[in-house]
Ligand binder design. Structure first.
Ligand code: SF4
Length: 699
């Protein structure tokens, strides 16, 4: 029988609504995507990734049963679930017994549903009793999250729905390329311009998004902090500060004023490469606009000064009165499918559900009460993602790792080193729908269900909690991570509190989050389905949810937003004589994150079959490199080889590589794991490299 199910795309944070038609006669995978025009975020529009997502369900691209390795270096072989689960439970227990609870680690992902993220955190703290749980979302939005909390007392990616964007007067998009990362969102920016608004894009590359802007500022990588300070300087100098707003709704302006005064236009031009005249143009457009927004993405965030960089852009919003008001504000465009919810419910090293701090005694008592354990038994904060990976197999580090929804062999910074650390583990367990590059290193691989085969919620970039519905059955040998956690918990002596179905987990999550910043207490599956999603905070079932935050007060103790008052500093690694160019990394339209899924979809692979190195014609001429010829890119951490793509859309001092591929062209072989001191975000967005012709080498 053919059925249709309203659900959402498995990929990015837009979480586009889609309708799945399923049945034995529907294509090879038993499912096809139809439009779901009623869902407000994308109104039926989908990008190629969403449209082709059913290809992921085909048996020939995925795992259909557990795999085991009998000895280090030996081959993976098929196994039954009881044998695989026994092996995992015995391995985890053995490491815990020999080396202590913190020698067992958990690594999650920003694509996991809220229920899985919540249950992973609970499993780590209640069953394993380890402090060492973190997730790949640390690599995505943690700097924006830290800056958001510092300024506003609360972190939700967008404090307003996307539908507000067309109605602002001036929008600055910093280090974001929605034309390639989330194409259906582009219409909000186009509508803004059709309404007479101004779009300014800040990006070292003239991306497809930048090509649509009224003004494109093209700083060198790492220049965004100085650029924001330069704009603030000009806003102050031109008398465009909203004195009334600053006095009534903020604190700390004096500090920001002093910092901005040290960043006069000529100095900022030297620091960023952006001509002072363009800077003045942007400052006037934004400063004189009645309403305005600044949206950041990974460009300014994935830096060793990411928290301060985002803080400087927030300061610009605050000084001009463009926050906590209708049609104005700062926001972060989250990346992964559940980039927002994934950081709210306990898979982050320092957090408990509801976006609570694990160091807060009241938060510990509340969550321990929901979990039925003594608060004293809950561990404290563990290591951040890169620090956890860097310590694998080392004295004092994690020796057995349970990993779900992540592929760090491709996606972690300094990925060659991380792969080596994974190989040094006593036990690596990977739960994944496909045999990813990380799963290939595992001792035990557990085949996991996918979005169309299970219920679960995610929280999109707007803070809208939405519901993915089970549309078809998974293959016989595949299980959900919730089922796996239940089975492992039982084998490790905890028989209650780990249901295999999602809705009871969500109902417990609601209670655990009640009273926290990210309060889901009033959100139910029934409401989400009936209301096209519910915005948190939503503290009770009669509450309508909160699409717009901060309109009356900010979430700080005194209700005022806090200026960051930060100053420019260089990146952890600037170009020098040996490594004279910047490398920046990012995504392409047809691939997603580490590519573990999209590289298995034929039409996406045909559109974007492999890595490349984008370089300016002047640089290409200097290196005597032609279009398509192989070049090597070398940093202090390693060397990658890929074909050249010669284009004048990039700065002559910068090369760009997409990061979706393993092997010789793996961009993250090169990237710098230097961490932001507040967010512990690695500096993916820039490092110093040397580029050379790679004659005679295979791609
Ligand atoms: S924009 Fe994102 S959520 Fe929408 S269809 Fe594309 S990948 Fe899926």
């Amino acid at each position: 029988m053919t059925t249709t199910t309203d659900t959402h795309c498995p990929y990015c944070s837009l979480q586009c609504g889609m309708r799945l038609r399923t049945g034995p006669e529907v294509g090879a995978a038993g499912a096809e995507v139809l439009e779901r025009p009623g869902f407000p975020v994308n109104r039926g529009a989908l990008c190629g990734k969403g449209r082709s997502a059913p290809a992921l369900l085909a048996r020939d691209v995925r795992l259909t049963g557990p795999l085991l390795r009998d000895r280090p270096g030996g081959p993976l072989r098929s196994a039954g679930w009881p044998e695989a689960l026994d092996r995992v439970a015995e391995g985890l227990a053995g490491v815990r017994e020999r080396h202590g609870a913190d020698a067992v680690g958990v690594f999650g992902g920003g694509g996991l549903t809220n229920e899985k993220a919540y249950q992973l955190g609970k499993f780590a703290r209640v069953v394993l009793r380890t402090a060492n749980i973190d997730y790949n979302g640390r690599f995505c939005m943690s700097s924006a999250a830290a800056a958001h909390r510092r300024a506003f007392g609360l972190d939700r990616g967008l404090p307003f729905p996307l539908e507000d964007i067309p109605h602002t007067d001036c929008l600055i998009l910093v280090g974001a390329n929605p034309a390639e990362t989330m194409p259906p969102a582009l219409r909000y920016f186009r509508e803004l311009r059709e309404n007479g608004g101004t779009l300014i894009v800040v990006d070292p590359r003239r991306t497809r998004t930048a090509a649509e802007a009224d003004l494109h500022l093209q700083p060198r990588p790492g220049g965004d902090l100085a650029l924001a300070l330069g704009l603030l300087h000009l806003v102050i100098a031109d008398g465009l500060v909203d004195e009334e707003f600053v006095a009534a709704r903020t604190t700390g302006f004096d500090r920001a004023h002093a910092a901005a005064m040290a960043h006069w236009p000529d100095r900022v031009e030297r620091l960023t490469g952006v001509p002072a005249a363009r800077l003045r143009e942007a400052a006037a457009l934004f400063g004189r606009a009645a309403t305005g927004m600044v949206l950041t993405a990974r460009g300014p965030e994935q830096q060793s000064k990411g928290t301060d960089t985002v803080g400087a852009w927030i300061d610009l919003c605050l000084a001009t009165g463009k926050a906590g008001r209708p049609r104005s504000g700062y926001g972060c465009l989250t990346g992964q499918g559940n980039g927002q919810g994934g950081r709210e419910h306990g898979q982050k090293a320092d957090q408990l559900p509801g976006y609570r701090s694990i160091e807060d005694p009241a938060a510990r008592a509340h969550v321990a009460g929901v979990w039925g354990v003594d608060p004293e038994t809950l561990p404290g904060a563990g290591r951040s993602a890169y620090e956890l990976l860097d310590g694998l197999g080392q004295p004092g580090g994690v020796r057995a790792l349970l990993l779900a929804g992540s592929n760090p062999v491709v996606s972690a910074p300094n990925a060659g080193h991380v792969a080596g650390r994974l190989r040094a583990l006593d036990l690596l367990v990977v739960a994944d729908p496909v045999l990813s590059e990380t799963a290939r290193l595992a001792d035990v691989v557990l085949p996991a269900t996918q979005w169309a085969e299970e219920d679960g919620t995610t929280t999109n970039l707007e803070g809208r909690v939405i519901l993915r519905r089970r549309a078809l059955d998974p293959p016989e040998g595949v299980r959900s991570e919730l089922w796996v956690l239940r089975e492992l918990a039982a084998r490790l002596g905890v028989v209650d509190g780990f249901p295999a179905e999602a809705e009871p987990v969500f109902d417990e999550l609601r209670r655990a989050s009640a009273g926290g910043d990210a309060d889901y207490a009033g959100i139910s599956y029934r409401r989400i389905a009936a209301e096209d999603g519910v915005f948190w905070p939503c503290p009770d079932t009669a509450h309508p949810g909160t699409p717009r935050l901060f309109l009356d007060r900010f979430a700080t103790p005194d209700g005022r937003a806090r200026f960051a008052g930060v100053t420019h500093r260089p990146a952890a690694e600037e170009p020098d004589r040996d490594y004279p160019l910047y490398l920046t990394t990012g995504r392409v339209l047809a691939q997603y994150q580490s590519g573990a899924q999209t590289r298995r979809v034929p039409e996406l692979n045909a559109a974007a079959p492999g890595p490349f190195v984008e370089l300016h014609p002047r640089l290409a001429a200097r290196l005597a490199v032609g279009e398509g010829e192989l070049v090597s890119v070398t940093s202090r951490r390693g060397r990658a080889v890929a074909p050249a793509r010669v284009t004048d859309t990039i700065r002559p001092d910068t090369v760009f590589m997409p990061f979706h591929w393993p092997g010789a062209g793996r961009a993250n072989t090169l990237t710098n794991p230097a961490l932001d001191p507040v967010s512990r975000m690695p500096e993916f967005k820039l490092c110093a490299v040397r580029v050379e012709r790679a004659e005679g080498e295979a791609s």
